[in-house]
Design a binder for this molecule. Structure first.
Ligand code: TXA
Ligand code: MG
Length: 348
């Protein structure tokens, strides 16, 4: 569509308006605890098609279906295995998406022609209310233009989608800040396709051993098929050229300052809180070095701010890879197009 985008609040009358628009086959951006989603009636293929147009998203990238009552899951899939039930009991509602073979009601636009469907029960009260008021499951990818950082505020959504969607519901900033954990439960062993707020450690505590898809921490090999189609695209990328820098805080600062001296006015740092004082170049911060939860919460805003600053060359401090840090590391690998240097190496 092209026209005016309604700015709605979380007041009951506004949520009813959002639900009416969704039932009429329109697109409405809604807050979730992870990131803002661009929602459409998941059972209406024509409405879902508009999501791909508004985002500029390739049609072969399937969507997550959102529910607000665990009982609604059964109608969307062929069968719910025991491990999936256990994970739902432990972590739903919350930032966990589970993939299972889909029922016939799922339109091809949602599954991108795959035999499976991804389902999530978000914990955000506004997302839950809109789903319930609509009376349908909602398909929703992150509400950004394809390829750039996901939106964690209504302002981010409007920067990308004003005039392209019917409405946005402003529910304030998102608590988690990175997209949900995606786990494929259609095979013998659960497989982690995208790390998020429900960590690998949390999954294994409930479901036993979990395979980690190679694409979580590695670029897809030329010609290889993606378990999760979204992983083959460049993602989360600001306009700047981003390099991820491993190494101690001191080695990171020395590396960035050397680049800054070599290319005056061209270099921006993306560093952890408190580490900016050692830098001689402009910077954005994205949380404390040892706090993956804080980094996740601030990551996408920091990436968007790099664009606002007009950054050209960005050197980002690499997050630790444990806990929620794995989700931050995964997004930063994609933001940098897998360009990683080690500042502790002598040649750095
Ligand atoms: O937190 C989230 O998950 C947010 C909020 C709005 O819920 N949504 C989100 O959607 O991040 P999206 O479309 O940006 O990312 C969904 C990811 C993509 O990488 C997609 O390829 C993958 O999940 N996916 C969806 N359905 C799949 C399926 N049937 N098999 C494999 N991967 C699937
Ligand atoms: Mg996305």
């Amino acid at each position: 569509m092209s026209g005016e985008t309604l700015h709605l609040t979380a007041a009951p009358a506004d949520l009813r308006r959002a639900a009416e628009l969704l039932r009429a086959g329109e697109l409405v951006a809604i807050p979730t605890e992870t990131v803002y989603g661009l929602a459409a009636d998941a059972l209406n293929g024509r409405a879902v098609r508009k999501i791909f147009e508004a985002k500029g998203r390739p049609m072969d990238n399937p969507l997550i279906v959102h529910i607000a009552d665990i009982k609604d899951w059964a109608a969307l899939v062929t069968h719910i295995p025991e491990k999936a039930r256990a994970l739902a009991a432990a972590y739903w509602p919350g930032p966990l998406t589970m993939i299972l073979p889909h029922a016939p009601c799922i339109p091809d636009e949602v599954s991108a022609g795959l035999a499976t469907v991804a389902v999530r029960f978000p914990s955000h009260p506004v997302a839950q209310s809109v789903i319930r008021l609509t009376g349908r499951p909602l398909a929703a990818p992150s509400a950004n233009r394809s390829g750039i950082p996901s939106p964690t505020t209504a302002a981010h959504v409007l920067a990308d989608m004003e005039g392209r969607i019917a409405a946005v519901v402003d529910g304030g900033p998102c608590a988690v800040g990175v997209e949900s954990t995606v786990v494929d439960l259609s095979g013998e062993t659960p497989r982690l396709l995208r790390p998020g707020g429900v960590t690998l450690e949390m999954l294994e505590a409930v479901a036993g051993p979990v395979d980690v898809d190679e694409a979580v921490t590695h670029a897809l090999r030329e010609g290889a098929a993606a378990a999760s189609p979204g992983m083959k695209y460049k993602h989360y990328a600001p306009a700047a050229h981003v390099v991820l820098v491993k190494g101690s805080p001191a080695a990171y600062a020395a590396y960035v300052n050397r680049r800054g001296a070599a290319f005056p006015g061209r270099v921006t740092a993306m560093c952890f809180d408190g580490e900016e004082s050692a830098l001689t170049v402009p910077f954005v911060t994205y949380g404390r070095r040892e706090d993956g939860t804080d980094q996740a919460h601030r990551l996408f805003d920091a990436l968007r701010r790099l664009d606002e600053l007009g950054a050209e060359e960005v050197y980002a401090a690499c997050p630790p890879e444990d806990g929620v840090g794995l989700a931050v590391y995964n997004r930063m690998l994609r933001a940098s197009g897998f360009e990683v240097v080690d500042a502790d190496e002598p040649a750095g």
